[in-house]
Design a protein around this ligand. Structure first.
Ligand code: ADP
Ligand code: MG
Length: 290
């Protein structure tokens, strides 16, 4: 596009809350073959809450006390949900030591001398903790779009805490608009396949890539870009390398600083309809030259 068209396009974007950092990004967005969305905080609101508690062999208060002690040391959105739930119930506070975070798996620590961990099925399996007795409960939560977190104490399952995050009100509409414009939509998440499939049904994305470790998001974007230009949309620290790797990285404005720094486009609002607008803006800018 001509410098004038780029200037006009950039100005138009800025007025509607779409900040474009480079001419290349403005030009590339319109020819995107695929838009990849992070799930938590991008398609969903990013403020999950506890929607179910299923204790096993302990009572609910004990399960939540152990989990809250552990999650007090974590910064994951799931941790905030569990802390808020425990606070609302005025549960006594235990203190965790030797805290450990397992990327893409969960958290572990010592609580009152007991070895406690919380996270997904693969974390449990890596620690040799049997979860078969809870499979049906976990599956039910996941099919409703919630994430079942397994909690174990001294090598034995102590229960499941289900945490769920709503999709943003406009996500499904924005995704269907992209489909109508001939763009493939993909959701990328560290969450499990079943929960991701339930969110896929609500959001309407064409494809889901679930169970992706934080370090592997970038590689998935690189793989998708073999088929054509890729736009990556994300908000988290985890998303930064993938945002940088994509042909166009779009950061959600209320996302983390590192995501905003790594992106080519920043949305002032956290509404995915602005991703549609960015693609349209690019297409209009390119048309101006011809
Ligand atoms: P995402 O950002 O998509 O949630 P993460 O890599 O942060 O991906 O997490 C992947 C999975 O690891 C989560 O779905 C959850 O099952 C587990 N997990 C991560 N952090 C925690 C935590 N603090 N407490 C319990 N489980 C966790
Ligand atoms: Mg996110």
């Amino acid at each position: 596009a001509t410098p004038t068209a780029i200037m006009v396009g950039t100005g138009r974007g800025a007025r509607s809350g779409i900040l474009v950092k480079s001419a290349e990004a403005l030009e590339a967005a319109g020819s995107a073959h695929t838009v990849v969305f992070d799930k938590t905080g991008t398609i969903t609101a990013g403020t999950p809450s506890v929607v179910g508690v299923h204790p096993m062999g302990v009572d609910e208060d004990e399960l939540m006390t152990l989990a809250a002690a552990l999650e007090a040391k974590s910064e994951h959105p799931f941790a905030q949900a569990i802390m808020a739930y425990a606070d609302e119930r005025g549960l006594s506070k235990s203190y965790a030591v030797e805290f450990e975070q397992i990327p893409g798996g969960g958290v572990a620590a010592l609580v009152d001398g007991r070895s406690v961990c919380a996270g997904n099925a693969s974390l449990m399996s890596n620690r040799g903790i049997a979860v078969e007795s809870a499979d049906d409960v976990a599956r039910q939560y996941a099919d409703e779009g919630a994430t079942p977190l397994f909690v174990a104490c001294d090598g034995v399952l102590a229960g499941i805490i289900a945490v769920a995050d709503r999709i943003k009100p406009t996500s499904a509409h924005a995704i269907s608009e992209l489909s109508a414009m001939g763009v493939q939509t993909v959701m990328l998440t560290g969450d499990n396949e079943r929960t991701a499939a339930a969110i896929q049904r609500q959001a309407g994305v064409d494809r889901v890539i679930a169970g992706v470790l934080p370090a592997d998001k970038e590689r998935e974007v690189a793989r998708l870009s073999e088929a054509g230009h890729v736009i990556m949309v994300g908000d988290g620290v985890n998303d930064a390398p993938a945002l940088a790797r994509a042909d166009v990285g779009i950061a959600i404005g209320n996302g983390t600083d590192i995501a905003i720094d790594s992106a080519d486009v920043v949305l002032m609002r956290s509404d995915l309809i602005d991703v549609v607008s960015a693609v349209q803006l690019s297409r209009r800018t390119l048309r101006t030259i011809r």
